[in-house]
Design a protein around this ligand. Structure first.
Ligand code: FES
Ligand code: FES
Length: 141
């Protein structure tokens, strides 16, 4: 119970009203899908981005998680943070950014790691799909 009280109200807000829940079409060439698991607890998170192929801007983000409340809050916050960012800036978001903003207790740090891993994995997938189409990687401006 003492752990509950440490939870920042922002966690509760994102847990109760998670932003950007859902899926994007995996077959869309501009959609990158990240699917990651947390070794610590076995929870799983899927995060998808839709990227403007000319500018590298993330236009749409969706997530789904079979994870704990902190994982839901972390991914919900992560989707808010990366929407509108360039892919190369989204990759710089770390779990500590997310954990700090949500005031996650140490035992819940791996939940925010899931969100960081999911972003990186989604960007990687998008980059791979882009390369497979013969398009050059976008350089940061
Ligand atoms: Fe609060 Fe478990 S510590 S629900
Ligand atoms: Fe597994 Fe939070 S306890 S993601």
């Amino acid at each position: 119970l003492s752990q509950c009280r440490q939870y920042h109200e922002k966690v509760i807000d994102h847990y109760e009203r998670p932003r950007n829940v859902g899926s994007l079409s995996k077959n869309d060439p501009n959609v990158g899908t990240g699917l990651v698991g947390a070794p610590a607890c076995g929870d799983v998170m899927k995060l998808q981005i839709m990227v403007d192929e000319a500018t590298g801007e993330i236009q749409e983000v969706k997530f789904k998680t079979f994870g704990c409340g902190s994982a839901i809050a972390s991914s919900s916050l992560a989707t808010e943070k990366i929407k509108g960012l360039k892919v190369w800036d989204a990759k710089k978001i770390t779990n500590t950014d997310i954990a700090k903003e949500l005031s996650l207790p140490p035992v819940k740090l791996h939940c925010s790691m899931l969100a960081e891993d999911a972003i990186k994995s989604a960007v990687k997938d998008w980059e791979a799909k882009r390369a497979a189409r013969g398009l050059k990687p976008l350089a940061p401006l």
